[in-house]
Design a protein around this ligand. Structure first.
Ligand code: AMP
Ligand code: GLY
Length: 753
């Protein structure tokens, strides 16, 4: 093992910043040098340009540099590595001849062709041979891509969309140099980067670059606006490594010109399989920033192993998790970028997000933009989502005039990872099982009048019996169970909520003296569990059967991300029928009429937001005085159905109005039936307060009005009758009732006395 190396990184982009950062963290680096670097690169910065070969050799000699890592393609193509090797300095990167794999696309295509590499069909043309190139394309008869054969900084490829664009692209490209025309492929792209010591190669995870300037992969090609890894594609890095890298490394090894350094295959995953787009002879930018953020092993060990022919797979170990990098580019990039804009709000280092500098400089003490791609923010995390959050949290804070940042880095990843609708939290099979389970309980509410029931798009009920009515009126009501469902879900006692919703609706139409015809339910949950659905709908079916109502249909919705995990919600609609002449309330309501209170059997479906807070710190199974049963039972007692209780009273034709005490309690519900100018006095203490409400009164500091507005306090229905009919009506109700007040001329005011 060599210890304490003086290492030089050549280049000035964010890729070189990432390389330099990793190297500076290694105990094997004695002194780090960078040329020309940027305002963010660690180590000693030198001003020798990356392609100044003599200058770099001199720099190495002066500083006793024994390993040079070449970042960009231009110095490789210019022969920097050849000169370093000749000077006895180890270099990470291929020689000039081998770098032609990148610097000469025509050469690369020919080698790939010789090696039977899966590739697009192509042809090469030398500068000026326009007629030949155009003729080939005409004969080719399909869409093509036009590429300059030489280096063009990621901007030498045109993907034309029309005949005119293609002709123009060929003419322009061939006027300036050699070109390659290729079959235009369609598919997802990925970047495979491997490092090699000339004999062996090991690959990094697959990355995905975002080459276009615009979100949704639109607009001009750039060097790369963001990348992430590992990219979830249908091939593993090992498979693609075997297809596109190993044959090339073997080829050069057996030719006696081993390839040392990073070999990067740009691959398109087409419907017919993976195809080679291009080779690069270096790390990608921005791929390097994300891949090196995932590197766990010592980078100097890795680089030295490559330059000494001792590379083993163990030299490249990658941490669990993902990395995502987003590039901040300057105004007018990828055309001539504007420079000199002051960069502010650069965050301090954060273990979950690194900021790598690209085109940055210090000018008059300020950090300013000095190139097209200015910064790359790389987030890491256990998942890609986490990595993305960290990257954008940092990137969106940094600012400089004209900043361009794509907000969609990794936008293709969700589509590539979601393998079933069920994995997004919606389980259609479970929904089908739920419907099967509820069918049986619903069938017991069906009559011969049901023509289409559960499972049909819409329920159908034959109502020809309405012909028997003198003047049938349909009365409909929709309601929900409210936050009582939270308590029910939490305590696992959900069946009663099915009774709650049906009975609530039954009572709402009963106050019009309508009798239930059919009910439709809606059940929504974060996560659908067929057994729970069956339980709740079973409760609804029981309540419907008891009310003589058909459960005609409903909807079960699974809505992850809308409802909290484990939560559910219930609503329903009931339609009843009344004789028009019997509709309540009657117009004869007058001051002096008497209020008969009928008991509630709990809070029914109102006041639960308050009750859940009131009893937040006591176990639900406990039974504080004066309760006669556990708290949870008292609270979850289902809403009662007043139809059987009041049927005979209604038949006496003496009832002037019914008032269902729901949300708003006695003070808010009484006025709903009172004619203009009529008020009511309610005599507190005129009915026995049930134990739960006694306990609430004891604990509560709400004032009386507020308390009676929040809860029914023991009266669930009020019957309004003329004073002379009180006795007869009370007698027709088969349970204890109480005279709780009377109507007044007090201008719609309800007074609690
Ligand atoms: P290259 O520098 O050769 O990788 O080309 C730059 C970009 O042009 C690629 O990332 C692709 O998006 C696109 N491209 C290159 N070659 C093809 C091809 N044969 N078919 C379709 N798109 C291509
Ligand atoms: N990001 C692509 C490249 O470095 O060529």
């Amino acid at each position: 093992m060599t210890n304490g190396l003086n290492i030089l990184v050549v280049g000035s982009g964010a890729r070189e910043h990432a390389l330099a950062s990793k190297i500076s963290e290694s105990p094997r680096c004695a002194h780090l040098h960078v040329t020309p670097g940027n305002a963010g690169t660690p180590g000693t910065r030198h001003a020798v340009p990356a392609t100044d070969i003599d200058g770099i050799i001199a720099l190495c000699n002066t500083n006793r540099v024994s390993l040079v890592v070449v970042g960009p393609e231009a110095p490789l193509a210019a022969g920097l590595v050849d000169a370093l090797l000749a000077a006895g300095i180890a270099a990470f990167g291929p020689t000039q001849a081998l770098a032609r794999l990148e610097s000469d696309k025509s050469h690369a295509r020919n080698i790939a062709h010789t090696l039977n590499m899966p590739s697009p069909r192509f042809a090469s043309f030398t500068q000026g041979n326009e007629a030949e190139a155009l003729a080939w394309w005409k004969n080719f008869g399909a869409n093509i891509v036009v590429k300059q054969s030489g280096l063009a900084g990621g901007k030498g490829v045109v993907v034309p969309n029309s005949t005119d664009e293609t002709t123009l692209a060929i003419r322009e490209a061939i006027a300036v140099g050699d070109i390659v025309l290729e079959e235009r492929l369609i598919g997802t792209e990925c970047s495979l980067i491997a490092v090699s010591d000339g004999k062996t190669s090991v690959a990094f995870p697959l990355a995905q670059d975002h080459k276009r300037i615009g979100e949704g992969d639109t607009g001009l090609n750039t060097g790369g606006m963001g990348a992430y890894a590992p990219a979830p594609v249908q091939f593993s890095a090992d498979e693609l490594h075997g297809m596109f890298i190993t044959p090339v490394i073997n080829h050069f090894a057996s030719a006696g010109t081993p390839f040392t350094g990073a070999l990067f295959a740009g691959i398109m995953l087409t419907a017919n399989g993976p195809r080679l787009l291009e080779y690069n002879c270096r790390f990608g930018d921005p791929e390097a920033q994300v891949l090196l953020s995932l590197l766990e092993s010592d980078i100097v060990d890795l680089l030295v192993a490559c330059t000494t022919g001792s590379l083993k797979p163990t030299h490249l170990s990658i941490r669990e998790g993902s990395a995502l990098g987003v590039v901040l580019a300057s105004s007018n990039y990828p055309n001539t970028p504007r420079t000199g804009d002051i960069i502010t709000n650069l965050p301090s280092t954060n273990p979950m997000c690194s900021v790598f500098h690209g085109g940055t400089e210090i000018q008059n003490g300020s950090l300013v933009t000095a190139g097209g791609r200015v910064l790359t923010c790389v987030g890491v995390g256990a998942t890609l989502e986490e990595a993305r959050t960290h990257a954008y949290a940092t990137a969106s804070r940094i600012s400089f005039d004209g900043v361009q940042m794509r907000r969609d880095i990794a936008w293709r990843a969700p589509g590539a990872t979601i393998k079933s609708y069920a994995s997004t939290g919606v389980d259609i099979d479970e929904g089908t099982r739920a419907v099967d389970l509820i069918k049986a309980s619903i069938t017991k509410t069906a009559t011969s009048q049901v023509l289409r029931g559960v499972g049909a798009f819409g329920g159908a009920l034959d109502v020809s019996f309405l012909k028997e009515f003198d003047h049938p009126v349909l009365v409909g009501s929709t309601d929900g169970v409210g936050t009582k469902v939270e308590l029910a879900a939490r305590t696992g006692r959900i069946r009663g909520t099915g009774h709650d919703i049906v009975n609530h609706c039954v009572n709402d139409v009963l106050v019009q003296r309508a009798y239930p015809l059919f009910f439709l339910d809606y059940l929504a949950s974060s996560h659908l569990n067929a057994d729970n659905v069956a339980e709740v709908v079973g409760g609804m079916a029981d309540a419907c059967a008891a009310a003589g109502c058909v459960l005609l249909g409903g909807e079960t919705a699974e809505m992850p991300g809308v409802y909290a995990e484990g939560a559910f919600d219930i609503a329903g609609t009931l339609v009843g029928v009344a004789e028009r002449e019997q509709l309540l309330p009657l117009p004869t309501i007058a001051a002096g009429d008497v209020l008969i209170g009928v008991a509630s059997n709990g809070p029914h479906t109102n006041g639960y937001s308050y009750l859940r807070k009131l009893f937040a710190w006591i176990p639900m199974e406990s039974q504080p005085v004066p309760l006669d049963r556990p708290l949870v039972e008292a609270l979850l007692e289902p809403h009662r159905n007043y139809l059987p209780v009041l049927k005979h009273a209604l038949d006496t034709e003496l009832v002037k109005a019914l008032v269902h005490i729901t949300g708003g309690g006695l003070p808010e519900n009484m006025p709903r039936v009172l004619p203009k100018g009529i008020g009511a006095n309610i005599n507190l203490g005129s009915w026995p307060m049930p134990p739960l409400f006694q306990l609430v009164s004891e604990l509560s500091t709400l004032d009386t009005d507020e308390l009676y507005r929040t809860l029914n306090m023991g009266v669930g229905m009020v019957v309004i009758v003329a004073p002379e009919h009180v006795q007869a009506v009370q007698k027709s109700i088969p349970e204890d009732t109480w005279i709780i007040g009377e109507l007044t001329n007090n201008h719609n005011k309800v007074l609690l006395k």
